[in-house]
Ligand binder design. Structure first.
Ligand code: GDP
Length: 587
């Protein structure tokens, strides 16, 4: 038992700590320095550091936290929620292009008459809730892949079920297979919606055969894959599809704690005139209420308003509910985890810490988790470049289309939204505006009235009289849509000779540079023997007591390492520094 216990805040200045310890501040600064921490009298150190330093000083004093510790990640907080309450299922709809994903989502939204009447869904939303048989169901909208991957990436696994849409008249296609693979990899249930059954030429039996080839055996053939036949056009089968979703949700017994501070994920964020940063959050656990302090990535907010994604006010948001939040100081990023904290001070401190860590983890070129998620998506998805082609005569129209289609790769394809002979006209401009297409004209004109329209709607129009120039332009556009290549560059390595501090989020250690040149910001792989035991971010380097930007082979140095999960670095470990950059590829 220590002689005396003193209470210390989560963050304390060196001066204030010295005072509490009744020590000359220079002695404390000296001890910090010995441990590789350069801190002046007014600088703050965290509780864990203070505790280590008190131990090092050999003082018979025990430190106690004055306030609740800040939980650093959602994962640590996330616990078995079997005691929780039943929550709505979260559904992602995926499938091959043109198989009716959008139409099906629209039909489902329309099936919820209350929401349908409220209307008002004018802007892009990334999630919404419908009510079927008095039970809410959450749908992740376009880009379903993205939100889905983010959830998975963050271990939240809030996507419970993927509806794979397959057109009955077209069957299983590459993106269908991709969707199945993606859902499997994530370990989520698959429900197959066979769409367009109203169309002639649909062959459901053959489709079931194709599904079987993908190891999705339907129930009537002894498997457990649920297949629901629907028509997004006539709405046939939609209620049955939703019944199935609820049934699967019941079997899965989806639960989450409600009476805990809310945590979840930012699934969309954008600026809105008059409202500033607007974020759509999907609640993972707990209950979000207006007035709460929310931290997401490097930013925080006092929640001003809670709104559902169709714009209606909400008093609170419980698990699996998508909710629109305003009040953030800075835009959070897509894929950021959020958490509710008890007061503004905690929110600010936590946001600042995360912001600092992010900045330290690299220049703009470095890849944040959001970017990584987007890349994972891109490799799972075929990116399209929508175009409208106009040409002077049928013959040249066909050669232009054939030439640009020949540029298709496994990753990027040209999608011909429309084509025709003649000048660029008003309907081309409208179609391009609504589909996001670029208009290519070959040996053709554009009347002045259309010029005004396209400049108002900012529709890209490219007119060419040399076919190779047109093709080059399309090639370049496709190139910009290729997922960048991730390139890792080794900087150098260090052998650990001593570890000075280990907290939940930071390790301070020192050692000898055994190869290369160490610089920061950099990423680091921590190795013990042949095994990699963790990846982290180098946030500072020291040569002796001085901060330095670089250290060379043969020199000794100290380093601060920011970690997101508990990593135990030991003497003898090898820390390999590297950078990770995204490099633009060319077609
Ligand atoms: P997505 O690319 O998967 O989002 O597909 P869309 O929802 O944009 O649908 C592609 C095309 O198929 C559109 O022209 C729709 O009108 C049409 N479509 C979608 N669902 C049905 C359906 O159930 N029956 C019929 N006949 N056409 C459909």
């Amino acid at each position: 038992m220590a002689e005396r216990t003193i209470e210390v805040e989560e963050q304390i200045t060196v001066g204030a700590l010295a005072e509490k310890l009744m020590l000359p501040v220079t002695k404390l600064i000296g001890e910090l320095m010995k441990n590789g921490i350069m801190a002046t009298v007014n600088e703050r150190i965290d509780f864990d550091t203070a505790q280590i330093i008190v131990g090092e000083l050999g003082l018979d004093i025990e430190l106690a936290r004055k306030s609740e510790p800040i939980t650093s990640t959602i994962h640590e907080k996330r616990k078995s929620n079997q005691n929780g309450e039943t929550r709505p299922p979260v559904i992602a709809v995926m499938g091959h292009v043109d198989h009716g994903k959008t139409s099906l989502l629209d039909a489902i939204r329309g099936a919820d008459t209350a929401k349908g009447e409220a209307g008002g869904i004018t802007q892009h939303i990334s999630a919404y809730q419908i009510v079927h048989k008095d039970r809410p169901i959450t749908f992740l909208d376009t880009p379903g892949h993205e939100a889905f991957a983010a959830l998975r990436e963050h271990g939240a696994l809030l996507t419970d079920l993927v509806i794979v849409v397959v057109a009955a008249d077209d069957g299983v296609k590459p993106q269908t297979i991709e969707a199945i693979r993606f859902a499997r990899k994530a370990g989520v249930k698959i429900l197959v919606a066979v769409n367009k059954i109203d169309k002639e030429g649909s062959n459901v039996a053959q489709l079931k055969q194709q599904l079987a080839e993908q190891d999705l055996l339907v129930e009537e053939w002894g498997g457990d894959t649920v297949v629901v036949e629907v028509s997004a056009k006539t709405k046939q089968g939609i209620p049955e599809l939703l019944d199935m979703v609820l049934l699967i949700a019941d079997v899965e017994d989806l639960k989450a704690e409600v009476d805990v501070p809310a945590t979840g994920l930012i699934i969309e964020a954008h600026m809105e005139q008059g409202r500033g940063p607007v974020a759509i959050c999907l609640v993972d656990e707990g209950t979000l209420e207006s007035g709460n302090y929310i931290v997401a990535g490097g930013t925080y907010a006092k929640i001003r308003n809670l709104e559902s994604t169709d714009g209606s006010k909400m008093a609170k948001a419980t698990p699996s509910t998508p909710v629109v939040i305003t009040g953030f100081k800075v835009l959070p990023e897509f894929g950021d985890e959020f958490q509710i904290v008890k007061d503004e001070k905690t929110a600010r401190t936590l946001a600042q810490n995360m912001d600092r860590q992010r900045k330290a983890s690299g220049s703009k070129q470095d890849i944040g988790s959001g970017e990584l998620i987007r890349m994972i998506n891109r490799t799972n998805e075929i990116t399209e470049f929508p175009v409208i082609v106009k040409a002077d005569v049928q013959g040249s129209l066909i050669s232009v289309i054939d030439s640009i289609k020949s540029l298709d790769t496994d990753e990027v394809v040209v999608r011909i939204v429309n084509s025709g002979v003649g000048a660029v006209n008003e309907s081309d401009a409208h179609l391009a505006h609504s589909t996001g297409a670029t208009i290519y004209g070959f040996n053709t004109q554009m009347p002045t009235s259309i010029k005004r329209l396209i400049s108002r709607d900012k529709v890209p129009v490219r007119l060419y009289s040399i076919i190779y120039e047109l093709i080059d332009d399309v090639r370049e556009e496709l190139g910009t849509r290729l997922a960048p290549e991730i390139v890792e560059k080794d900087l150098g390595a260090l052998t650990v000779k001593g570890v000075f501090k280990t907290s939940k989020t930071e390790i301070i250690c020192g050692g000898e540079v055994v190869s290369g040149k160490l610089t920061y910001p950099a990423l680091a792989r921590i190795k013990r023997g042949k095994e990699t035991i963790g990846e982290a971010t180098i946030t500072n380097l020291k040569r002796g007591p001085q901060d330095t930007k670089e250290v060379f082979e043969g020199e000794m140095c100290g380093m601060n390492i920011a970690t997101t999960q508990k990593t135990d670095i030991q003497e003898g470990d090898r820390i390999e520094l590297f950078t990770r950059e995204s490099v633009t590829r060319h077609l």
